[in-house]
Design a protein around this ligand. Structure first.
Ligand SMILES: C[S@@+](CC[C@H](N)C(=O)[O-])C[C@H]1O[C@@H](n2cnc3c(N)ncnc32)[C@H](O)[C@@H]1O
Length: 228
């Protein structure tokens, strides 16, 4: 009697494992499509990401986070052209940072103006956005683990910044979700050597995906992406 129940339980377990493996195989088709998109897309990061987001959200609502928003150019385009984005986290301190040696580190007065203008531009999507005004480290825990379908990383591109963003955002993304971003440049000194810190997105992303044995995709408008 008990042996029969044990055999039945093992059979159900095997079926569940088999079905979940099947699910993963089905989802694994997506990276192929994304690889094609990255290889063939015209040189414009907005159009690339809008197409990518519309593909992953074609049959469902999705939640996205953008790390580093500045004047909201990317957010406005995505929120206007991707109807299935139901929640969009905007992560940016919009303040002068004492330890951020990059050209975008303007004064607090300028950041306040940029913030106000950005909020006005995004008013059309006020029911879909959630503003997290702070650095990644300060606000990331307001996003639940596994909540994000996609994160676009475009904040602090120094070594410390991109390391923090990859490590802190990775758990926030669903399995099979997309992690991508901007400034995957060859020339780490593209802002000059004297006044600014090097842009370390490319070497750090390369190390991160190698450590996790993840396939990654690159687009010639300095964009990167990989699946969790
Ligand atoms: C290149 S801009 C973002 C451009 C925007 N993603 C777009 O495509 O229009 C970089 C932004 O990153 C923000 N930033 C800098 N350090 C940050 C940090 N530690 N965490 C989050 N955002 C940061 C800056 O305030 C700035 O607004």
């Amino acid at each position: 009697m008990w042996t029969r129940w044990i055999i039945a339980a093992i059979a159900v377990g095997c079926l569940a494992v088999g079905l979940s493996a099947f699910g993963q195989t089905a989802a694994a088709k997506e990276p192929v499509e994304i690889a094609d998109l990255f290889k063939t897309h015209p040189k414009n990061r907005f159009a690339l990401w809008i197409d990518l987001i519309n593909r992953i959200s074609k049959d469902r609502k999705v939640t996205i986070a953008e790390i580093g928003v500045w004047e909201g150019a990317f957010a406005v385009r995505v929120l206007k052209e991707c109807p299935n984005v139901e929640k969009y986290y905007l992560v940016d301190p919009w303040r002068h940072l004492a330890d951020w040696r990059k050209p975008g580190n303007v004064t607090n007065e300028k950041f306040d103006r940029i913030f106000e203008e950005t909020m006005k531009k995004l008013d059309f999507a006020k029911d879909r956005i959630e503003v997290l005004r702070g650095t990644t480290l300060e606000v990331v825990d307001q996003i639940r683990d596994g909540e994000l379908d996609l994160v676009y990383i475009d904040g602090d591109h120094t070594a410390r910044g991109i390391v923090i963003d990859l490590i802190k955002l990775y758990p926030k993304v669903k399995v099979n979700g997309v992690i991508g971003g901007d400034d995957y440049v060859n020339d780490i000194f593209h802002h000059g050597r004297k006044r600014y810190d090097p842009t370390m997105v490319k070497p750090v992303v390369n190390g991160f995906v190698a450590a996790h044995s993840i396939e990654s995709f690159f687009h010639n408008a300095s964009q990167f992406a990989f699946f969790k």
